[in-house]
Every structure is written in C-alpha cells, then in structure tokens.
Design a protein around this ligand. Structure first.
Ligand code: NIG
Ligand code: FE
Length: 405
C-alpha cells in the first residue's frame, strides 16, 4: 500500500541531497515501506486513489529516533549505589570494591533467560513510546561465556520478533570479571579466541565494543580485541575518555571504528583526529548528569571542526538509568550546546552513521526505510524545551503504523 502524509506543518527530513533539512507545509510519500518523495503541499500533484491518506494536521514529522548506545538487557537495579554516590562515594571506588558493574553482573547472571527477555521487552516498549524505531543493545552484564550468550540470545529474539529494529553489540570487554581478576590475559583470550568467533558464526552481534578505562581495559588490550573483531568482519565501537583520558579516540580513528562514545575527557588533538575521520563522536549527556558531574562536552568545537556528532541515552542501571529521549535532547541542547536541530540530527541521521546504517536509516530521503514519527507539536524546538515530556503521537516503521499501547 502506498501512503501519503499531507499537511505536514514541519517536515524534518535530513535528506543529505538537500541543502535545507526542513520543509514547511509539506507532504511525504511512502511506497512499499520506503520513502518515495516529499515536497511542499502546493507542489503536490494529483494522487491516485490507491494512496492511503494520512492528514498530519500541521504537526511535525521527523525520522524515527535511533538510540545508538544502550545496555538495555540487565537485571536488578543500583538504586542503593545511586544514593551512596549522592552522599559522596565515587563511581570508581564502588566499582573497585566489587560493586558497580559487578553488582549488575551478579544480578544478570542469576536471572533466567525468560526474566531477562521480559525485562527487555518492557524496556523496548518504553523506548518505542519515546519514538525509538532503532535501538542498539550491548551485552556486557554477563561477562562469562554462558551469561553473555544468554544476553545475546535475548537480543536476537528481540531483533527477530519486534517491529523495532535492534542492533546488537558484544561488550564482553566491559570489565574483567571477578573470577579472572588474577588472570586478565585469560579473559582477553576467551573474548578473542572463543566468544568473538562463536558470536560471528551464530549471528549473535553486528558489532564489538570495549570499555577503555584504568578500571576496565587498557589501550593495548582494546587493540587486540578490535583487531580480532575486525578480522571476523564485525563492526567496532569504543567506550572511551569517560572518566580519564586514555587515548581511545586515537585508537578508534586508527581502526576506523564506527564511533567513540562518552568523551567527557576528550582533548583538542582528539577532536582534530576525529574531524579527519569517519568515526562518529557519540555524546551521552544523561551519563554525565547521572554521574553528578558538570563536565558536559561542549560540542560546538566538535561541530565547527566538522566532527559528526550523535547523541544517545546510554541507558544502563549504573551510569544512565533513563530511556527518556526528550530529556536527552534537552541536555544535549542545554549542556552540550547543540542547537535543537543539531540534537535531532544527533538522534537520527548521525546515530545511523554511528551504527553503520546510514545508507538505509536516519533520514527521510528517497530509498531509505520509512521509519517516521508524527509529533503532537509543530515546532521542533518544543521537543528539547519540554524537558522530558514525550511529543510522540504516531510511530511508523517500514511505513507501517505501530501500536504504542
Ligand atoms: O556506558 N562505561 C561503562 N559502561 C556503562 C556503565 C555501566 C554501569 O555502570 O553499569 C556506561 O556508562
Ligand atoms: Fe555505555
């Protein structure tokens, strides 16, 4: 069935073939689940009666939101640590004393496959209501063979059965699990020689990620893992420059990784390197806020240097316990100094680049998949201005309307 959206107050398309990302008073045609064309209402020619007409009533249309960095599959919560951190304990000291990520690893290992699947489905539904049509999901709270595979199997089921698109990332290199504390090389060996080959062979992930930090993995260890992943034709991403400057950005650029994420401690030289690369800078301001810190990245310098900037929730139980996309957009504007339009580009087109899916997703240009949001407002600036209130009215994936209930 062909669909035509008419009377679109503001159409934000981010079509890279156009110099203007916005059409006022527009229409949009979808054929076979794919964007066919868009333009101004007054230029719309006679349409055949085969079209299903959707009157948008002067509201806003944007591409579907792409949450390109989440740790959505986990059990338990870290509300106690949230309180301890608020009272002054640091994230790092909690982690070094066996809490933090280790706490969630214990809870996730103890959870059954069914329990994890149920939690994940509830969270995916929540993200859909925030307009997330594509969600990246990392493993990393199982760490041992059996538990990482349990998480990746849950992600595989979500990918297969949900209307939302799911991209899976293996983050076995989140931290060294307690049982390998005295023998970290053995853990790297497990990741590189057993897990990555198995994951590739059984189609359990599209990408591999490494957390580079003194409390997690070193640059050399990350390089070994990235090289292995790329040998198996898996895409790579890095958590880096979050708590300390480690040089992970340089490593990411060297290996043409899709993205480097977090980046609170990024340097001018890193920004220069990124600007000459295809690697996307993924900002995670909910994590900066949740850490109770004020070192939000000023993205203006990145943008003027030509770095591609995406934003994401980083949804996880320890450092960013929120799936709230409008709140993310508010923080990106207030704290990372993106304009509302740059923030929207960061959660759509640039997020698609951060997943290597920019040829099919992220903008409403001819030939791309028709993942479309109708908002209940007409001025896109209302989204970040609303500080966490969702503006999503209708969601379409592959041109089909999705039930939000
Ligand atoms: O992206 N930085 C590492 N990993 C997560 C946090 C994990 C946790 O604290 O549970 C992040 O912030
Ligand atoms: Fe993360």
């Amino acid at each position: 069935m062909e669909k035509i959206f008419i009377n679109i107050g503001t159409l934000i398309h981010f079509d890279e073939n156009s110099t203007n990302p916005i059409v006022e008073n527009g229409y949009l045609i979808v054929k076979n689940g794919v964007i066919d064309s868009y333009g101004k209402m007054e230029e719309l020619e006679l349409i055949s009666e085969n079209y299903e007409i959707i009157d948008v009533d002067n509201k806003l249309i944007t591409p579907g939101f792409i949450d390109c960095h989440t740790h959505l599959i986990f059990a338990g919560n870290r509300a106690d640590e949230f309180q301890r951190r608020a009272l002054g304990e640091s994230y790092e000291s909690i982690l070094q004393n066996g809490g933090g990520i280790h706490h969630t690893v214990s809870a996730t290992r103890a959870a059954t496959f069914g329990e994890l699947l149920k939690l994940a489905q509830i969270r995916m539904k929540k993200s859909l209501r925030y307009g997330v049509t594509t969600c990246e999901i990392k493993s990393g709270y199982g760490l041992d063979e059996e538990s990482e595979l349990k998480i990746l199997e849950v992600a595989k089921i979500l990918k297969k059965h949900l209307k939302q698109r799911v991209e899976r990332t293996y983050l076995g290199a989140h931290v060294v699990p307690k049982e390998f504390k005295e023998n970290r090389n053995k853990y790297i060996d497990l990741i590189c020689n057993k897990m990555i080959p198995f994951i590739k062979e059984n189609d359990l992930a599209e990408s591999v990620d490494v957390f580079i930090e003194p409390t997690a993995f070193s640059i050399d260890e990350a390089e070994t893992i990235i090289k292995t992943a790329q040998n198996y034709q898996l895409k790579t991403k890095l958590h880096t420059e979050q708590l300390t400057h480690t040089g992970g950005t340089q490593l990411g650029v060297k290996y043409n990784s899709l993205s480097v994420d977090h980046l609170e401690e990024i340097t001018r030289d890193d920004i220069e390197l990124l600007s000459k690369s295809n690697t996307v800078a993924v900002l995670l301001p909910i994590a900066t806020l949740f850490a109770n810190k004020n070192n939000f990245i000023d993205a203006r310098e990145m943008l003027t240097s030509g770095v591609r900037v995406a934003i994401s929730t980083d949804f996880n139980p320890g450092s960013a316990h929120s799936q709230n996309i409008p709140l993310l957009l508010s923080l990106a504007v207030l704290k990372n100094r993106l304009t509302p339009l740059e923030a929207l580009k960061g959660i759509t087109l640039n997020a698609a680049y951060a997943l290597g899916l920019n040829k099919e997703l992220g903008s409403l240009e001819k030939g791309k998949k028709a993942d479309i949001l109708i908002h209940n407002i007409s001025d896109y600036k209302m989204i970040p201005y609303s500080m966490g209130d969702s503006t999503i009215e209708q969601v379409f994936i592959d041109g089909e309307k999705i039930c939000l209930k």
